[in-house]
Design a protein around this ligand. Structure first.
Ligand SMILES: *Cc1c(COP(=O)(O)O)cnc(C)c1O
Length: 385
């Protein structure tokens, strides 16, 4: 079959993005200011039901601002999920603080409450109370926030939610990203909706958001000349890109439904094969299935997840391993890490996990080609499927 390359999670534009972008050009709002930014922020805040939102150049910028808003500075400790993309933790280091990595639990693949409790207990006892925590919601599924919040509240540690991958997910009826002091979303090209690059910071505390808006636009004091008393950043979203964001908001629910359908088709075709386990969806909420992720148990299946990624690449299909835990990264190997009940869950998920092409614009023909390629690979290895 002649197939062009099938990507893991490509952009998927709707019908209105170009119209908004054209409007930005017509009105000459080609700047990190303008009516699309305000409208996008309002629409976004209303979708997730937060008091407000600030549109930024990236989620990484949002995490940086969120940490500074909480007062994280040199020498502070910040707790952080270990199973995530490196951008979750880097802003901790931008501020001179130190990450402490927390393992996943096996059900949701998200932060383990047991490991978190152990970390808090030990660090507080040593007089090194963490200043903040970043909880990641992985691959479109919210972490079990009731448990995690209870622990954080007990120790008085403010929560930042890294919801870069979980826009549209819910937890007990609430929107992912709205249960901490601050929440951050990404509109990078591979996320469930995209502005090519961009991010959003949300909170119910409008004062915090006002400060974030100030810092993100170079911290200009109110004065007729250029007056500065604080360090700022150039982190604001462009009005052109906010136009793309407004268009994408029209189709967000469709994109979630499409990704869930992609997951359901993979599960129906591959779910009964010995050794393959799809990432579970927890009963407490809706996963968007941003990426379809599964593990392959080498005791039951003759093909490893790494081999499958390679075979799919030869078939012009982009699959990826699950995130490499940050405590294993050369960059962060020397930092502290707390495992889940002594079993290293994130390491296991990395070792055996694979993410399959999951785009909302993946056609059924393309997906069948991915499924057939997987089945063929397993058969070649001697598995009866
Ligand atoms: C994509 C991603 C980020 C970074 O988002 P940017 O908008 O590219 O800065 C941060 N955390 C997680 C978990 C991500 O998946």
């Amino acid at each position: 079959m002649n197939m062009s390359r099938i990507y893991l999670s490509p952009p998927h534009m709707g019908l209105y993005e170009m119209e908004y972008v054209t409007k930005a050009f017509v009105q000459n709002w080609i700047a990190p200011a303008g009516p699309h930014i305000t409208a996008f922020e309002q629409q976004f805040a209303s979708y997730v039901e937060s008091a407000g939102a600030v549109a930024l150049s990236s989620a990484t910028a949002g995490i940086h601002l969120a940490l500074r808003l909480i007062g994280v500075g040199p020498g502070d400790l910040v707790l952080c999920s270990t199973l995530t993309f490196v951008a979750t933790a880097n802003p901790i280091v931008y501020l001179g603080a130190e990450p402490v990595f927390i393992d996943s639990e096996p059900n949701s693949w998200n932060m383990s409450a047991q490991a978190l409790e152990e970390a808090c207990h030990k660090l507080v006892r040593e007089g090194r109370k963490p200043k903040a925590i970043i909880i990641v919601h992985l691959y479109g599924q919210n972490a079990d926030m009731s448990e995690l919040s209870r622990i954080c509240d007990h120790y008085g540690i403010p929560i930042i939610e890294d919801a870069a991958e979980s826009l549209g997910a819910t937890y007990k009826g609430k929107a992912s990203g709205t249960m901490g002091t601050l929440g951050v979303y990404s509109f990078n090209g591979n996320k469930i909706i995209t502005t090519s690059g961009g991010g959003m910071l949300v909170s119910d505390n409008l004062e915090l958001l006002e400060k974030a808006r100030f810092w993100s636009t170079q911290a200009k004091d109110p004065a007729p000349h250029y007056e500065h008393s604080e360090i700022g950043y150039n982190y604001r979203m462009s009005n052109v890109l906010a136009g793309i964001g407004r268009g994408q908001m029209h189709v967000l629910e469709d994109r979630i439904a499409a990704r869930r359908d992609v997951f359901a088709r993979y599960k129906a075709a591959l779910g009964n094969i010995e050794g393959l386990s799809f990432m579970p969806e927890m009963a407490y909420g809706r996963s968007t299935r941003w990426l379809t992720a599964l593990t392959i148990n080498p005791n039951d299946c003759p093909v490893t997840s790494q081999e499958l990624v390679q075979v799919l690449a030869q078939n012009n299909i982009e699959a990826r391993p699950v995130w490499k835990p940050l405590h294993l990264q050369p960059l962060y190997r020397t930092k502290s890490y707390f495992s889940h009940e002594g079993s290293h869950v994130a390491e296991q998920l990395f070792e055996h996990g694979i993410c399959l092409p999951s785009g909302s614009n993946l056609s059924e023909v393309q997906q069948q080609y991915v499924i057939d390629s997987i089945l063929h690979c397993l058969q070649e290895a001697g598995l009866k499927v």
